[in-house]
Design a protein around this ligand. Structure first.
Ligand SMILES: [Zn+2]
Length: 99
């Protein structure tokens, strides 16, 4: 009976799992609508005292209770009855939609 010496070769490779550097960017934020999951491109804020909703470019920081919205939901956004929706588009004149 001859048994060879057990040779366990462990490959000396440093494990690189995942990306350690997480940079906060637009891809990090998702649409706040349930079951949407699209990347957020706009931030919606609401002024309950004045019944005014404002939607504009994605805010650099999450500022609750502001909601992040994807392009589709931003475009489909319509103010509830009695509310005014103000859209802030970069490079465009602010546009007011009243109901
Ligand atoms: Zn969405």
């Amino acid at each position: 009976m001859s048994s060879a010496a057990p040779s366990e070769e462990t490959p000396d490779s440093n494990t690189e799992g995942g990306t350690p550097s997480r940079e906060p960017g637009p891809g990090d934020r998702l649409c706040a609508r349930v079951a949407c999951g699209a990347p957020a491109v706009a931030t919606l804020t609401a002024d309950y005292s004045g019944s005014v909703m404002a939607v504009g470019p994605l805010s650099p920081e999450r500022t609750p209770p502001a909601l992040d919205l994807c392009a589709r939901h931003r475009d489909r956004l319509s103010p509830p009855a009695g509310w005014t929706l103000v859209r802030h588009d970069p490079g465009r004149e602010p546009q007011e939609l009243s109901r």
